[in-house]
Design a protein around this ligand. Structure first.
Ligand code: PMP
Length: 323
């Protein structure tokens, strides 16, 4: 789909994947005016195809567009683009356990203009790719590196938007995590470098010995994960006391040491739910929580997977059938 000021969205097309011709002065190449989403289409046991809460992705895409001074793509156009592509690519949806068709909607400033102002022309594109299970051979705890020098997002910045620029800024800290032998980076807040925000591509949860489930509150610098929001609902329904609040890195270390903190897990579209194992930082290394993978982590993971695969009741209408 194309957008131009005064003309609106127009010229929607489905075509074979091919390079996009770009002028060297296209605005996105200079000022990173780009947003994206990530979601998965699952093959259902009855031969149908499902998506998980794609309306939530459509709405987050609109919020990201607002922050990046881009036009909103109507929710229905977002959903229709996905349905059209999934219909054509349904043979490509893996049926093996954990497999899915990964969908990547994105929008960028295509206007040929070098001045710094919101562009007047955009391209919305959707691509799809079959993906295997995130974990092959069973769930394995991931290890974390706590970034105390780099931050991901500052108050008033673009942290709550899903824009390419946020990920550009996260690459150096992610490389630092890998250099430390860790899988993922943990970001702390940009002001005090004290409070846990999220991982490079996942939100984080803490489970305490009294069954309380805690995740960092949305302060405007954290991505509002759709998996995060779903886990909050599922945990509440499973009888856990659920809290959204700030968790400092000092508190995390102290509660891990005392045994009060039993499990730590991360969640996102790609891995669904993953246990956290060791945590490294400039001052040393400790075990994130207690048992890994812990029973609460694995139970929440299973209930989300069952819902997504259409084998559990769906009281909130989260499963969206493409057909
Ligand atoms: N935080 C970041 C920085 C992410 O990139 C993602 C993945 N989109 C998430 C959290 C998890 O979000 P979701 O559950 O919507 O995939």
């Amino acid at each position: 789909l194309r957008y131009a000021d005064g003309k609106g969205w127009h010229d929607g097309r489905v075509e074979a994947r091919a390079p996009i011709p770009m002028d060297p002065a296209s605005a996105v190449l200079h000022y990173a005016q780009e947003i994206f989403e990530g979601l998965k289409a699952y093959a259902l046991p009855d031969g149908g195809v499902s998506l998980f809460r794609p309306e939530a992705n459509a709405r987050r895409f609109q919020r990201s567009a607002d922050r990046l001074a881009m036009p909103r793509l109507p929710e229905q156009a977002f959903l229709d683009s996905i349905a059209a592509l999934v219909e054509i690519d349904r043979e490509w949806i893996p049926t093996a356990e954990g497999g899915s068709l990964y969908l990547r909607p994105f929008m960028f400033a295509s206007e040929v203009f070098l001045g710094v102002r919101p562009a007047q022309e955009y391209l919305y594109v959707l691509i799809a790719s079959p993906a295997g299970a995130y974990f092959s051979g069973g769930v394995k705890p991931v290890t974390l590196w706590v970034s105390e020098d780099y931050a991901r997002a500052a108050p008033g910045g673009t942290g709550a938007a899903k824009c390419g620029g946020n990920y550009a800024a996260s690459l150096a800290p992610q490389a630092a995590a890998i250099a430390q032998g860790c899988d993922q980076v943990v970001f702390l807040d940009a002001v005090e470098h004290r409070y846990v925000e999220e991982l490079g591509g996942m939100n984080v949860f803490f489970v305490y010995d009294d069954g309380t489930v805690v995740t960092p509150a949305l302060t405007g610098t954290i991505l509002e994960g759709i998996t995060r929001e779903s886990i909050l609902t599922l945990a509440r329904r499973a009888g856990h006391e659920v809290r959204e609040r700030q968790v400092s890195f000092d508190e995390w270390r102290a509660d891990a040491a005392s045994g009060r903190l039993r499990e730590v897990f991360a969640c996102g579209t790609a891995a669904v739910v993953t246990p956290i194992g060791a945590v490294k930082w400039a001052g040393g290394e400790f075990r994130a929580g207690g048992a890994e993978p812990g029973p609460v982590t694995m139970a929440l993971r299973q209930s989300l997977l069952d819902l997504q695969r259409g084998v559990a009741p769906d009281p909130d209408g989260w499963v969206y059938r493409v057909r």
